[in-house]
Each structure stands twice: as C-alpha cells, then as structure tokens.
Design a protein around this ligand. Structure first.
Ligand SMILES: C[S@@+](CC[C@H](N)C(=O)[O-])C[C@H]1O[C@@H](n2cnc3c(N)ncnc32)[C@H](O)[C@@H]1O
Length: 199
C-alpha cells in the first residue's frame, strides 16, 4: 500500500488543523446553501463523464453528494468522510436510501479507490486538509481525472462558514494547490466561495 494511503491524524499544512465538529453538522443541511452554490452549477463545473465515478472528499452529511447522485444517476458517487458520525447522518437521510448510485465510504477504505476516480469534489474542506490528505486525494485520480475544490473565501463577509483566518483567499488557495503539484485549469468566484478545478 502506498504511503499516501496511511490514514492518520496528520493535518500538517492545513489552515484549520482542528477536525470538523459533528455538533455543527446541521449547518451543512441548510437549504440556503443551494441558493449561493447551486448543485447544478457544481455538476457543470465537474464536467462529469457519462457512467463515470465521482468521489466527494469530506462529504459530511452528503448534502451535495445526494444532489449530484440525483442529477446524474449514471455516475457512481462515492461519498467519503473520515468521521463515521457524519456518514451515519448521511445514511439516515431518506433520500440517500433511494439512490443506488450513492456509496458512503469511510476514509480508512480509500486505498481501494486509488487511480479509480474520474472526478473528485472537495467542497468546503480544503482549509481542513493537511498536505498528506491532499496527496491522498491526488492519487485517487485516473489519468485525465480532475478535482474541483470549492471553499469559503477569506476575503468576503459571510453569513456562514469558519472565521476568515481559518480559510484561504482565492489566491492563497491557488498557491497552496500549485505548491502541492496541482495544475490549475479553471477558477471562478461565487458569492461566498471560490472554485478551482485542477489536475
Ligand atoms: C466543513 S465539512 C464539509 C462537508 C461537505 N463537503 C459539505 O460541503 O456539506 C468538512 C468535512 O470533511 C471531513 N474531512 C476533513 N478532513 C478529511 C479527510 N482528510 N478525509 C476525509 N474527510 C475529511 C470532515 O469530517 C467533515 O465532515
């Protein structure tokens, strides 16, 4: 097994090294999120190939994984998180049980997906990912695969998300990803978030 698939609590390199608190999970299910970041727009930016495989890295309660699985029944959506409590919340959603293409998976199983994934989504999680997690994420991609990072923008006043000093500006996000060896092919600003697609 590659060293990139040893799962531990090494968060070196993350702007916010503390783990996401499951006590705050209900905020991830706020429907207002879809107004400022529509799932259809996320699907468009992902540019999902027909019958492909998407891995939602740090899916939380699966808010967007569920919508993507609905929008694209031909795509297998691997909803991955390191915290079993988060996946329990995802599985408890009635919508999740109705989607045969949605597969909740614990981060400890991630090695099985090495070089198997067409698209990775990393939504509101870049600021929590250490360098090792970013290497793990990169190793999931098939040749030609891409990853879409979307995270809170430190430069705008926001009604939600972590404090500004826990997240990146778009330029800082880009610099961090480039330093980690990602090649950036698209950048876009949303009202409260920035998006970067890379390979
Ligand atoms: C802020 S929440 C965002 C959840 C989801 N992407 C969303 O936007 O609704 C971040 C999630 O990423 C998970 N996470 C953080 N680091 C991770 C890692 N290295 N591997 C897997 N999951 C991780 C946390 O447990 C948490 O559920």
């Amino acid at each position: 097994m590659s060293e990139h698939f040893i799962h531990d609590d090494d968060r070196r390199g993350a702007r916010q090294p503390e783990r996401f608190d499951p006590e705050r999970a209900a905020r991830l299910d706020d429907p207002a999120r879809f107004k400022h970041l529509p799932p259809e727009e996320v699907a468009r930016m992902l540019d999902l190939p027909a019958n492909g495989k998407l891995l939602d890295f740090g899916t939380g309660t699966g808010t967007y994984a569920i919508e993507l699985a609905r929008l694209r029944p031909d795509v297998e959506i691997v909803a991955m998180d390191e915290q079993p409590e988060m996946l329990d919340r995802l599985r408890a959603k009635p919508a999740a049980a109705l989607l045969p293409n949605l597969k909740p998976v614990l981060a400890s199983q991630i090695a099985t997906f090495k070089e198997q994934i067409d698209r990775v989504l990393a939504l509101n999680v870049l600021h929590e990912l250490g360098d090792e997690a970013l290497r793990t994420l990169h190793a999931l991609l098939k040749p030609g695969g891409t990853v879409l990072f979307i995270d809170w923008n430190a430069e705008v006043d926001r009604p939600a998300g972590p404090p500004a000093n826990h997240v990146y500006s778009p330029a800082e996000g880009r610099t961090r990803l480039e330093k980690m060896g990602f090649q950036i092919e698209m950048e876009r600003l949303f009202r409260y978030q920035y998006a970067i697609r890379a390979r």
